[in-house]
Design a binder for this molecule. Structure first.
Ligand code: ZN
Ligand code: ZN
Ligand code: FE
Length: 762
């Protein structure tokens, strides 16, 4: 039989060896190019039980996608053997993702009689680094950064013993033969310490900023209960508003910081150990500057032995653990690189001599509308493939501009890269190139098509065109929101036609304007724009993203509302001079593109209601608006009108916010609270789009709605959209495996291109 899925490098062969023995079956197992091949012979009932157990008892990191069974003549084989991992042909099962320390290893870590007592690099076939330490396939020790450590006799014996938990555990190591920690000062000299971990704890508790080498890169760490230390870190890292992730000892400690649902706890405990956004408790002891302005905390649990050792000290309650970089640059991985780049940020460095070969940030997830959703897909998930129903020719989709992730597709599977950050500088582009080369090698994919966004100004677009030209490949441009909706369709394995709703920040439209509040009638291959949020000017262009007051001005101007009314000017903090300037910009169409963006509508309302003039990170104002309404019950939505009549005149429907603005101003004047206004606004937006979907159903006879775009990270909006759509009898699909934001874009681009190429072929 052939087993497909994640079955290499996860302890699958020893597991099969064990159950074959228990069922008294003879035969053999070996890795092949697509997974593993098993031959067993014995009693029929035993073989049947074997097949059931294969699925039911598979090791924790294994994922079985399919088992193809074939009858063979018995050949009288004796005993069961594991064939060596040398493979004929190319392997395409690739490398497993990094996995958190398993319970057995954790027990050894704190067992004084164990030979790996307090060893910061212990692991086994059920846990440990994988993707981040692997240079190329097949995933075998010589291809990893463990190659320079020669196993001692004891480790080698475990590695060779099929009954041992460490059978073929590639990063297997111990005090005797494996990597070691070192404490290094900013000038590169080694700080003499009897125990680098204990010394690091003392420095952290003394309020120092530590750079700690982890699994996918360095973390910058401070005591999360020490406000001065957190502020020091923020100033040095030049990151002011964006919340910082906090690591705590275990799930009990997590409960003292956040109100956790069973789903959130399960998400925290998965072997990927993502950062989970959860509701923070009041007075949980975390310094206020960790997550200013929002009622959530991004928390996660230790996933490397070193992190468990830090938390073994009772005095360590919660640590800020944030990617070691300047904002949106790639995370640092190399000891010397870290020392140079973090010179002015960290007070000292806790490093080790096991090289990180693939940068990989922590993943970020949240429970959105009752199920997990990925916000940033990286460590613990990459390089797992996501299926695509279409078996398209090999292609590369380069993704977008912000929060870039590219994707390689082949044979009906899409492999997305780790989160690469904003493609705005040379270091990010270098990271892009390095990851691309690695994933192409890993999955043996030579693309013959390059897919990119329609935006002519994206660095990813110009890179794609240049690269395609150099390699003589064809290119396909995909509209941003079509890619968003297609990503959700492909994730749910549907082709359309559907009503696709993209509620997003910004994306380049086919008319050259900036889209982001769109209702499409679409399939994978193409789309028709059925409805949109009515265009408003975006005075200052990109600058209006950083300064939401400009967006508020654009909206109010479009709605014909005089700023002299109801103290609007003072709420937005606009001087008369600024007002004149912006008015002129809009009227003369100078740097004032039109936008139908839903995210920018959120920004505009947040600017007016919360007085948030400027933001430190994209969508900050919108996120704060979601935050203030967190405890508010569902309110009636503000009115959003539909203009245009698709049915009779073929005119596109426009969702207008004019009446909504008047209602917001009315509520502000009446002294209504921010929370109520925010809740009514969320409901109003949802109502507006649901009504547009109703029109689409009427006009096109479609009942299936697919939701995508960065605004779908907004939990309140996601929940309201589903509730309202289902109340109208729609069947509705949301993202689960791929991010609804720009992190999922390349997956959607791949789906669209695959559909186009398949049609051409047939
Ligand atoms: Zn383990
Ligand atoms: Zn050893
Ligand atoms: Fe987007």
């Amino acid at each position: 039989m052939q087993v497909r899925g994640v079955v290499q490098g996860v302890g699958f062969r020893p597991f099969v060896y064990r159950i074959a023995g228990e069922e008294d079956l003879s035969g053999h197992i070996g890795n092949d190019t697509g997974g593993v091949t098993i031959e067993v012979e014995g009693l029929e009932a035993s073989v049947e039980r074997f097949l059931v157990r294969l699925r039911a008892e598979a090791p924790p990191l294994a994922r079985i996608d399919s088992i193809a069974v074939q009858d063979l003549e018995p050949c009288g084989e004796e005993g069961f053997r594991i064939e060596s991992s040398s493979v004929k042909g190319r392997v395409n099962t690739g490398i497993p993702p990094d996995a958190a320390t398993c319970p057995e290893c954790l027990r050894e870590l704190f067992d004084p009689s164990d030979r790996r007592y307090r060893y910061p690099f212990l692991n086994c076939t059920n846990c440990g680094p994988r993707f981040s330490i692997t240079r190329r396939i097949p995933y075998d020790r010589p291809q990893t950064s463990m190659t320079r450590f020669k196993m001692c006799a004891a480790c080698q014996q475990e590695y060779d013993d099929p009954t041992n938990r460490r059978f073929h555990a590639q990063p297997n190591a111990c005090w005797e033969c494996g990597p070691h920690l070192m404490l290094v000062a900013t000038d590169g000299t080694v700080i003499p310490a009897k125990d680098a971990v204990s010394e690091t704890i003392e420095l952290l508790l003394a309020g120092q900023v530590m750079a700690i080498k982890g699994i996918g890169g360095f973390h910058l760490s401070v005591d999360a209960t020490n406000e001065d230390a957190v502020l020091k870190l923020r100033q040095r890292k030049r990151r002011f508003g964006k919340p910082l992730a906090v690591m705590v000892r275990n799930i009990e400690a997590a409960r003292t910081l956040c109100v956790l649902s069973p789903d959130e706890e399960a998400l925290l405990l998965t072997s990927a150990r993502p950062i989970v956004l959860a509701r923070a408790r009041q007075q949980c002891g975390i310094a206020p500057s960790v997550a200013p302005g929002v009622p959530w905390l991004g928390i996660f649990l230790p996933y490397a032995p070193l992190q468990h050792l830090l938390f073994a000290d009772e005095r360590v309650y919660a640590l800020v653990m944030t990617s070691a970089n300047l904002s949106e640059e790639p995370i640092a991985i190399d000891n010397e690189e870290a020392r140079v780049r973090l010179d002015r940020i960290a007070d000292a460095f806790l490093v080790h001599d096991r090289e990180i070969l693939q940068r990989c940030d922590d993943s970020v997830a949240a429970i959105v509308d009752g199920a997990p959703q990925l916000i940033r897909r990286a460590r613990g998930f990459v390089p797992l493939g996501v299926p695509l129903r279409l078996e398209a020719p090999p292609l590369l989709a380069v993704g977008g501009h912000l929060k870039n992730v590219f994707a390689l597709a082949k044979d009906g599977v899409v492999y997305q890269s780790q989160h690469l950050g904003d493609l705005e500088n040379i270091t990010s582009l270098a990271f892009f190139n390095e990851s691309l080369a690695h994933l192409m090698r890993t999955f043996d994919i030579e693309p013959d098509t390059v897919v990119h966004d329609m935006h002519p100004g994206y660095l990813s677009t110009s890179w794609a065109k240049k690269w395609a030209k150099e390699h003589g490949l064809q290119t396909i441009a995909v509209q941003h929101h079509h890619a968003h909706v297609a990503a959700c369709m492909a994730e749910h394995q549907i082709d359309g036609p559907v009503i696709g709703i993209a509620l997003d920040g910004t994306g380049y439209g086919t008319d050259g304007q900036i889209w982001g509040g769109e209702v499409f009638i679409c399939g994978l291959e193409g789309f028709e724009r059925f409805a949109q949020l009515e265009y408003v000017p975006m005075p200052g262009g990109e600058g209006a993203i950083r300064e939401p007051w400009r967006m508020a001005f654009g909206h109010l101007h479009a709605a014909g509302i005089d700023l002299a009314h109801d103290a609007i000017r003072s709420r937005l903090g606009i001087s008369e001079q600024e007002e004149r300037l912006l008015k002129k910009m809009i009227e003369r169409k100078v740097n004032s593109p039109l936008t139908s963006s839903c995210g920018r509508l959120f920004d505009a309302v947040a600017a007016l209601v919360l007085g948030r003039r400027e933001v430190d990170y994209e969508a900050q104002a919108a996120i704060e608006l979601e935050g203030v309404a967190i405890d508010e019950r569902d309110e009636d939505g503000y009115p959003m009108e539909l203009a245009g009549d698709e049915k009779n005149s073929g005119q596109m429907i426009r969702i207008r916010a004019v009446a909504m603005w008047h209602a917001v101003l009315g509520d502000l004047k009446a002294g209504r609270g921010e929370a109520v206004i925010a809740a009514r606004f969320h409901a109003g937006v949802a109502d507006g789009f649901v009504r547009a979907a109703l029109r689409a159903r009427e006009a096109k006879g479609l009942n299936r709605v697919v939701l995508s775009g960065g605004c779908m990270h907004n939990r309140r909006l996601a929940r309201l959209m589903r509730a309202k759509l289902e109340a109208e009898g729609f069947a509705m699909l949301q993202h689960r495996r791929v991010s609804p934001g720009d992190g999922g874009l390349s997956y959607g681009q791949a789906a669209v291109a695959a559909a186009m190429l398949m049609r051409k072929k047939n």
